[in-house]
Design a binder for this molecule. Structure first.
Ligand SMILES: [Zn+2]
Ligand SMILES: [Zn+2]
Length: 157
């Protein structure tokens, strides 16, 4: 998809959410699209490279608003500030490396939400489940090989 095509889709989505199409909003969408799982600070730095007059605070406000109207998805992972992505609406999940914090997309297990059916504990009041947010945690290949190549500790005698 060309940048022009993407901007046309974003503009249409902004319109239908009752937002004006501004350079600032398009710049935030472009930044997050190029840096999937960007933190707000990553996104602000990228936006400010092209639009130096926009404040970091304005980028934060735009990120929150674009998340509210469903053009961005906000991802919460442990030990990290929230991250943003333009891949929305497909119920995908995330895997995070507990070594270096890198995050990767994992496709939804069954293709639609909720992809897990709860086994209710005895005594729990049941709910109608809409979303199952799954976070896979492990070690990426880089962190795993770094852990393996560490010299074995000398036996204590
Ligand atoms: Zn890692
Ligand atoms: Zn993602």
């Amino acid at each position: 998809m060309t940048q022009q095509h993407r901007e046309a889709l974003w503009s249409a989505a902004l319109h239908s959410a009752g937002r004006r199409v501004t350079r600032q909003r398009l710049a935030v969408l472009t930044a997050v699209d190029r840096l999937p799982h960007a933190t707000a600070d990553d996104a602000a730095a990228a936006v400010r490279a092209g639009l130096p007059h926009i404040t970091v605070q304005s980028v934060y406000v735009i990120l929150a608003d674009l998340t509210d109207i469903g053009l961005l998805r906000r991802v919460e992972t442990p030990h990290s500030p929230a991250r943003y992505e333009t891949r929305v609406g497909d119920n995908h999940h995330h895997a995070v490396c507990t070594g270096c914090g890198r995050i990767e997309d994992v496709d939804c297990a069954v293709g639609h939400a909720p992809c897990l059916t709860p086994e209710w504990s005895p005594g729990a009041s049941r709910m109608t489940i809409q979303i199952a947010e799954v976070l896979y945690q492990g070690l990426c290949d880089d962190c795993r090989s770094a852990a393996h190549s560490r010299p074995p500790s000398a036996p204590q005698e």
